[in-house]
Design a protein around this ligand. Structure first.
Ligand SMILES: Nc1nc2c(ncn2[C@@H]2O[C@H](COP(=O)(O)OP(=O)(O)OP(=O)(O)O)[C@@H](O)[C@H]2O)c(=O)[nH]1
Ligand SMILES: [Mg+2]
Length: 372
């Protein structure tokens, strides 16, 4: 019986040898699904191994950004400059062997930045402690890619993350998979599917052991996107691309970086001299899309001085998670003023989506109590 790794390599080989056209696209989709399934299996078997000292990072602050790049591009230098942390930096590879956190304070938010050991090609298959590093990346809120003139292969870096199930600057596909117990599998869509036929979707689902239930496409998705949803362990993260050591770059180099990074717009910095770090910090704050929410005690005035900082896309439940636990437990409803409210003082539940500068009053079950 070939090992999982060997099976994956063999199927990758078959995909490479198969010309891609309409007649083979279904077959190739099935092979890709098979690989995704085998990777899941490999994950399951290796879980529990690895980890180890330096890789258990306690998250703190309002959000966490992970520095991802090849060895010696200047990740530690940047961390030290942005946060005043003291991560070793040196002119040889693999200076950083464990994960070093630092804290960046910007726009009223504290942002944890994680300096990581350099990634090498093959990291997602476990090379150079790659798997541990990638598992930390998966738990971050933002990826800071870093490349430089000697390590310009941004695509390779991104592919390592893709292989580890990280989808960069993408959102979760709008595909709803509902497993059932009998009656076969139905595939329906609310839009015209141009990349994928129903039979191919069914075949892909079968590779994941899904034989009954329904798949509903709410967007014109690809086979890859369906596989992502079926695999279920994908993370979707915003990312920023930085090109470091830009003090060493000619204008022509910059143009080349811009060209190959598309659709990313690289930010050129020099971590050592601090050049252009203001722009980077702005981009970080923008990518994390923080919102400010003001608490207002029942019948009182809103505290306009100290907003709660939340990530964009936060709901009342996320707000409650930041308040004393008994408020969450006894939560009855909330009143909202601001852009997310249909009218001032609208009564909402835990699922209500908040907007920047909302004012919120939390009501608890037994009478009204002012939020602490
Ligand atoms: N010219 C120039 N050199 C830089 C810059 N930033 C960092 N360096 C140098 O690049 C070398 C590597 O920097 P590190 O910060 O250790 O790189 P790293 O990415 O943390 O490396 P690993 O931890 O080994 O993965 C050091 O000699 C730095 O002084 C820069 O903006 N310009
Ligand atoms: Mg380092």
């Amino acid at each position: 019986m070939p090992s999982i790794e060997e099976q994956i390599v063999a199927i990758e080989d078959e995909i490479r040898r198969t010309p891609y056209n309409k007649a083979t696209s279904g077959h190739i989709g099935r092979l890709r699904a098979r690989i995704a399934f085998l990777r899941l299996e490999r994950e399951r078997r290796t879980r529990g191994k690895g980890g180890g000292i330096g890789y258990a990072v306690r998250k703190s602050g309002h959000a966490t950004a992970a520095l991802v790049g090849y060895p010696s591009v200047g990740k530690s230098t940047l961390l030290n400059h942005l946060t005043g942390a003291n991560s070793q930096s040196a002119a040889y590879d693999f200076t950083t062997v464990s994960i070093i956190p630092g804290m960046l304070n910007a726009a009223g938010a504290s942002i944890q930045i994680l300096d990581m050991p350099g990634l090498v090609p093959g990291a997602s298959r476990g090379r150079g402690r790659g798997r541990e590093v990638l598992s930390v990346v998966r738990s971050a809120d933002l990826i800071l890619f870093m490349i430089d003139k000697d390590h310009p292969d941004f695509r390779g870096l991104r592919d390592e993350l893709e292989d580890a199930g990280v989808r960069v600057n993408a959102r979760r596909p709008r595909i709803v998979v509902t497993p059932g117990t009998r009656g076969g599998l139905t595939v329906t869509s609310t839009v015209k599917l141009t990349h994928l036929e129903a039979e191919s979707a069914t075949a892909i689902a079968r590779e994941f052991g899904l034989h009954n239930g329904s798949i509903v496409f709410r967007e014109d998705a690809t086979a890859e996107q369906l596989i992502d949803v079926l695999a279920g362990n994908r993370v979707y993260l915003p990312a920023i691309l930085t090109v470091n050591k830009s003090d060493l770059l000619e204008l022509a180099d910059r143009a080349r970086f811009r060209e190959q990074a598309k659709p990313f717009e690289p930010i050129f910095i020099a971590a050592e001299t601090g050049q252009n770090l203001d722009e980077l910090v702005l981009a970080i704050v923008r990518a994390l899309a923080f919102i400010r929410v003001y608490l207002r005690p029942p019948g009182g005035e809103a505290d306009r001085v100290e907003p709660l900082i939340l990530r964009g896309g936060s709901r009342i439940s996320d707000l409650l998670a930041r308040l004393p636990a008994d408020l969450g437990r006894n939560f009855k409803s909330a009143l909202v003023w601001g852009r997310s409210a249909r009218f001032p003082g609208q009564t909402v539940g835990r699922d209500h989506l908040l907007a920047d500068e909302d004012v919120v009053t939390v009501l608890i079950q037994r009478g009204r109590v002012a939020p602490a």
